[in-house]
Design a protein around this ligand. Structure first.
Ligand SMILES: NC(=O)c1ccc[n+]([C@@H]2O[C@H](COP(=O)([O-])OP(=O)(O)OC[C@H]3O[C@@H](n4cnc5c(N)ncnc54)[C@H](OP(=O)(O)O)[C@@H]3O)[C@@H](O)[C@H]2O)c1
Ligand SMILES: *[C@@H]1O[C@H](CO)[C@@H](O)[C@H](O)[C@H]1NC(C)=O
Length: 319
């Protein structure tokens, strides 16, 4: 009996180690591009994947704008990044994606005080019940709509600085998503319910919106030398689960401990999409593990992408 348990243990361990070096292994962004003289915005850059992304870009010499909602957390992150990169051009600018007014103020402020925009990284995200300042569902409002408006308000500057890029951090979870326009119409959210499972489902739907937005944006940007990409960062240990229930966190803790990797690994595909030369012809595509990926039919539905764009324009008062 004991040797049986031991054998099972050894096999399990062997499988786990194999997984670590195959499926779970995260490739590194290979670009050695220097960003001196370039300006980059990273939303949600005070922690997690966004912070790791901002640090890498700062090390490359970019002027990095940390677009964050919490002044204290953002200034602490700015100091960490300055110290670790030796780059002093790391600036916090207030942005609360759960307020369309804040998005507008941020854009106005940015356009007035900064002269360039070379890379916009829409990274912030959450999985949390509630409504935004505008009465829009929190998950759709922050993960999609706030970033949608932000991108549109900054588009002319990106065009002026072309070749330039927009990078939208989506998720593998988009594959389980769907866009329910009736629900958007009645609840201003892409799903209902507040259980952890319901929130994950709404989150997946919002991540599908990220992928579809990227696709439609690429179409509209043809001929401008502004390109855009969506991506899955990997399964990464961050604060993303902080608003989920205790039960959900207890259930996910061992999975996260064994199978999730660090934020530096989580930043690699974002960096690939932001920096890698020669991917411009893939504008609008979805990436994972520093490579373009095939995705589900739902994520390539151009009619839904177009409708989502039009609904989004109306919801943030652009049309
Ligand atoms: N971790 C994963 O395994 C995983 C997998 C797939 C996709 N992703 C995606 O990766 C991105 C980064 O997530 P993460 O894992 O690094 O999570 P995280 O550690 O929770 O970081 C999320 C960031 O978004 C910011 N944010 C949230 N609401 C905001 C708002 N209203 N306005 C401005 N900023 C706001 C947070 O700011 P505060 O600190 O002030 O709250 C924080 O800086 C998200 O888009 C997420 O969906 C993550
Ligand atoms: C886009 O880039 C190409 C190659 O550098 C250049 O020839 C073209 O004029 C650019 N187009 C625009 C609209 O900037």
């Amino acid at each position: 009996m004991f040797s049986f348990v031991l054998a099972c243990g050894a096999v399990t361990f062997g499988i786990y180690v194999t997984l670590c070096f195959t499926v779970l292994k995260m490739p590194k962004c290979k670009s050695t591009k220097n960003l001196r003289g370039k300006t980059v915005i990273v939303t949600g850059a005070n922690t997690g994947i966004g912070k790791a992304t901002a640090l890498d870009l700062a090390k490359r010499g970019a002027r990095v704008i940390l677009a964050c909602r919490d002044q204290q957390r953002a200034e602490a992150a700015a100091n960490d990044i300055k110290r670790e990169s030796g780059n002093d051009e790391v600036v916090y600018l207030h942005l609360d994606l759960a307020s369309l007014q804040s998005v507008r103020s941020f854009a106005e402020n940015f356009l007035k005080t900064e002269s360039r925009l070379d890379i916009l990284i829409n990274n912030a995200g959450l999985m949390m019940a509630g409504k935004t300042e505008d009465g829009i569902g929190m998950i759709f409002g922050v993960n999609h709509l706030g970033h949608f408006l932000l991108t549109l308000l900054l588009l002319d500057r990106l065009k002026d600085c072309a070749p330039s890029r927009v990078v939208n951090v989506a998720s593998l979870a988009h594959q389980y998503g769907h866009v329910d326009f009736n629900c958007l119409n009645t609840h201003k959210e892409v799903g209902v319910g507040t259980s952890s499972f319901a929130l994950f489902s709404v989150y997946s739907n919002s991540k599908l919106c990220n992928v579809l937005f990227t696709r439609e944006l690429a179409k509209r940007l043809q001929g401008t030398n502004v390109t855009c990409y969506s991506l899955h960062p990997g399964a990464i240990k961050t604060e993303i689960g902080r608003h989920t229930s205790l039960l959900w966190r207890m259930f996910s803790a061992p999975i996260i401990m064994l199978f999730f990797t660090d934020a530096v690994s989580g930043a690699q595909t974002t960096l690939h999409c932001a920096l890698q030369d020669g991917i411009e012809h893939l504008s609008g595509s979805y990436f994972s593990k520093c490579a373009v990926q095939e995705t589900s039919a739902k994520a390539k539905d151009d009619a839904v992408a177009k409708k989502l764009w039009e609904v989004s324009e109306r919801m943030c008062g652009l049309a």
